[in-house]
Write a protein that binds this ligand. Structure first.
Ligand code: DAK
Length: 258
């Protein structure tokens, strides 16, 4: 597929998907989200890819869903067509690890898209916010839910009620991002992290991801039991044998994804 609003690039066993709609600060129009869903699906089905990076430009990861697309819609339009629901959550369906690499604005749907990824690496220029209230609506792709789980009720409530932006330092302190990286080294560091993940056994990385995600969906007791079952299951893989043998032989493991 030829893309108009994104750029895809393979570097070794990582795939970099760059949102590329610079004139509108990567506003997430329907066609962009269709292209993103298609690219994510391609990376998921490429056996060589072990980690996906989703990023934007230096100025904006994404400034939200496309306001000019939304503005003319009536309640009946958005309700009946289940407006922009299709394609929006495809990133959460990926079994491979997905890193959001955020520079500049991640606002509204942009912040929500970043939060759907497995973790966020932020450049020191990153700014996060849920400004929907300032345009007379509320977050619609998880902003009131994922943000609250990530940074707690008080901060999430303040952000959703005032629309104020959080800088990278505050986002790191609050647990929204895993790490801040200086802007001049940003993509190099992000790629290093992605390559590290991609060098692991792919099925074991999937198990780790699935198990961390369970923490959001179950009680602690059920989550611990799920983790235990997957931990035991990892012993059925060749990669667990190889990993532990390599450790005892003081050499690098060579995983076969089996
Ligand atoms: N949509 C459309 N165009 C946008 C845009 C957006 N969200 N954000 C920026 N642009 C466009 C501007 O209109 C401008 O276009 P031209 O006038 O040059 O043609 C261009 O990008 C540059 O923007 P500015 O001139 O405003 O640039 P500044 O540096 O002065 O300001 C800014 C940057 C990011 C502070 C400002 O552009 C801004 O406040 N943007 C809007 C931010 C916002 O309110 N975002 C939330 C949108 S609501 C759902 C899924 C998702 C959603 C809902 C439901 N479902 C699955 C159901 C999401 C909703 C939203 O995100």
């Amino acid at each position: 597929m030829n893309y108009e609003y994104i750029i895809t690039q393979k570097e070794g066993n990582i795939e970099i998907i760059t949102l590329n709609r610079p004139k509108a600060l990567n506003a997430l129009c329907g066609d962009l989200m269709k292209e993103l869903a298609c690219a994510l699906n391609g990376a998921e089905n490429d056996d060589n890819i072990g980690c996906i990076i989703l990023t934007g430009s230096e100025k904006a990861f994404a400034a939200g869903a496309d306001i000019s697309e939304m503005a003319p819609k009536s309640f009946m339009d958005v309700y009946q067509e289940d407006f922009i629901t299709t394609d929006w959550e495809d990133v959460t369906k990926c079994r491979k690890p997905v890193i959001a690499a955020v520079s500049g604005y991640a606002l509204g749907g942009g912040c929500e898209l970043a939060m759907m990824c497995d973790f966020i690496l932020a450049s020191d220029t990153a700014k996060f916010g849920q400004p929907e209230i300032t345009i007379g609506t509320i977050p619609g792709a998880g902003g009131t839910q994922r943000l609250t789980r990530l940074i707690g009720k008080s901060k999430a409530m303040e952000m959703c009620l005032t629309g104020r932006m959080m800088d990278a330092d505050e986002a790191e302190r609050s647990g929204l991002v895993s790490r801040i990286i200086e802007s001049d080294k940003f993509m190099d560091e992000v790629k290093k992290t992605a390559s590290k993940i991609a060098s692991m056994s792919k099925p074991i990385a999937m198990m780790a991801k699935e198990s961390v995600n369970k923490a959001y969906e179950t009680t602690l007791k059920e989550g611990l039991s799920f983790e235990r079952r997957l931990f035991h299951a990892s012993f059925a893989t060749e990669d667990q044998k190889e990993g532990m043998q390599a450790f005892t032989e003081k050499r690098e493991a060579k995983f076969k994804d089996k």
